[in-house]
Design a protein around this ligand. Sequence first.
Ligand code: 5GP
Length: 115
Amino acid sequence: MSEPSVFTRIMNGEIPAEVVASTDTVVAIKDIAPQAPLHVVVFPRTDQYRDVVELAAGDPQLLADVISVANSVAHEHADGDFRLVFNTGASAGQTVFHVHAHVLAGGLTEKSVGA
Ligand code: 5GP
């Protein structure tokens, strides 16, 4: 068995985090190193999907849940507009292999797609 991901450890209460949304299937937390005025990561409770490609193939409804929570968070914590980033693979910047969406919002001024 592999080590639990940092997001699983947060869900288990082993690592503190600022939770901004939580449903039966998905959790959203403030990113520890924000890259925008609002920077939240949204991830499924299950850690069985390492990236968005696996999630889309394995459980499209769960991917829809991630996007729905991203939208809710952007409306509750910013003006409702947001950028959604799924880093996919280490050379694309993915460091946590428990699929998650970066929600970037709140006065974005650049077209940059990084998170
Ligand atoms: P990735 O690089 O995999 O696309 O995104 C992982 C994100 O998780 C990074 O933006 C990083 O700042 C965030 N992160 C990593 N460890 C923690 C943590 O312990 N707490 C919180 N809130 N965010 C974390």
